[in-house]
Design a protein around this ligand. Structure first.
Ligand SMILES: NC(=O)c1ccc[n+]([C@@H]2O[C@H](COP(=O)([O-])OP(=O)(O)OC[C@H]3O[C@@H](n4cnc5c(N)ncnc54)[C@H](O)[C@@H]3O)[C@@H](O)[C@H]2O)c1
Length: 317
């Protein structure tokens, strides 16, 4: 937290609504933790007091991560813990990846895994209720639970298609509704005056068909996730809840590594399709997700961050 004294003494300007009361021409007093998040601010000098370090902190906040027992979601859990956030992981797996134990051991934060199913609203609601009982609040949500069937369009069985949409799209929708309801009703704190931040994990597949894979339902389910972030960001803007998505390209996880080992030609595509000529590493997503969850992105909503090594912009010949 920055406690530096402002070097100038400019009067607040009415750039963002009614000017705050001042005595003479002094700037309104504000400590770093009570300055704006999603609230209008009349403090033109706030930038002098809020350091990058302070803005990116998630100290005291509770972030729910669906699909966080392994893969990308688990990397997000480490990123959040590294900047002081508490983590509630919601996943269908019985046993998390071995790194989950390291997360619990290495950080002085609260961290708990909840076995649940994002496709079953009642079960998921009971899980969110338990999280609120255990953690007291929800300040952020990351929806990483997802599945990716790879089968030709005309062979897709309706039940399997419905399952893909249920996990990827409805699971995101339900999680957002449950987290958002809690964000609206909880008491303000020094670290979160109002609302919260949601980050949906979309995919480059929302924009371009995957080379070497036949993933019609996956692509369309992720298109819906990206659209949902845009719609909710606007609908909830007045509540202090921000909603964005992150759309990764090919990322190296246990699952994609296994895929590449079993189907080397797929590994070839994943490493050579991106103009940057490599798969993404989970490390590449840690800061973007923390940024979107934190006050650093207080004016950022209804957006999709494409982190793809350039695939979304074009393909090399
Ligand atoms: N890995 C990539 O290259 C990549 C690229 C773009 C987008 N994504 C997206 O990122 C997200 C995470 O992918 P990943 O590579 O880490 O996959 P992963 O399979 O390693 O992780 C997904 C997690 O979701 C959980 N899950 C699945 N169905 C669930 C359900 N019904 N309820 C609760 N949890 C459930 C799984 O148990 C698993 O732990 C997915 O949405 C995926 O579509 C991944």
């Amino acid at each position: 937290m920055s406690t530096a004294t402002p070097v100038t003494n400019l009067p607040a300007l009415p750039i963002d609504g009614t000017p705050a009361a001042t005595n003479g021409n002094s700037i309104p007093t504000n400590d770093a933790h009570t300055t704006s998040d999603s609230q209008p601010s009349n403090d033109i000098n706030a930038y002098l007091r809020r350091s990058v370090h302070d803005l990116i902190s998630l100290q005291g906040r509770t972030i729910v991560i669906t699909g966080g027992a392994r893969g990308l979601g688990l990397a997000f859990a480490f990123a959040i813990a590294e900047v002081g956030g508490n983590v509630a992981i919601v996943d269908a797996l019985d046993k998390p990846h071995e790194h989950f134990e390291k997360l619990q051991k290495d950080f002085d934060i609260k961290c708990k895994l909840y076995k649940s199913d994002v496709t079953d609203y009642d079960v998921l609601k009971a899980t969110f209720d338990s999280i609120v009982l255990d953690f007291g609040r929800i300040d952020g949500l990351v929806t990483a639970a997802g599945i990716c069937p790879d089968e030709p369009f005309f062979k897709r069985d309706p039940k399997s298609v419905a399952r893909c949409f249920a996990v990827n799209t409805l699971g995101t929708y339900y999680s957002a509704q449950l987290a958002g309801a809690q964000m609206l009703k909880q008491e303000p704190t020094s670290f979160n005056k109002r609302g919260g931040s949601m980050v949906f994990i979309g995919s480059i597949a929302a924009y371009v068909a995957s080379k070497g894979q036949t993933t019609s339902d996956y692509c369309s389910s992720k298109g819906a996730v990206v659209s949902l972030a845009k719609a909710l960001g606007v609908e909830l803007a007045g509540t202090g809840i921000r909603v964005n998505s992150v759309s990764p390209g090919y990322m190296m996880t246990d699952m994609t590594l296994d895929l590449c080992n079993r189907m080397p030609w797929l590994g070839d595509i994943m490493n050579n399709e991106p103009p940057m000529r490599r798969m993404g590493d989970r490390t590449d997503l840690k800061v973007p997700v923390v940024y979107l969850l934190s006050d650093a992105s207080a004016y950022h909503t209804s957006d999709d961050l494409l982190i793809t090594g350039g695939i979304h912009a074009g393909r090399l010949m």
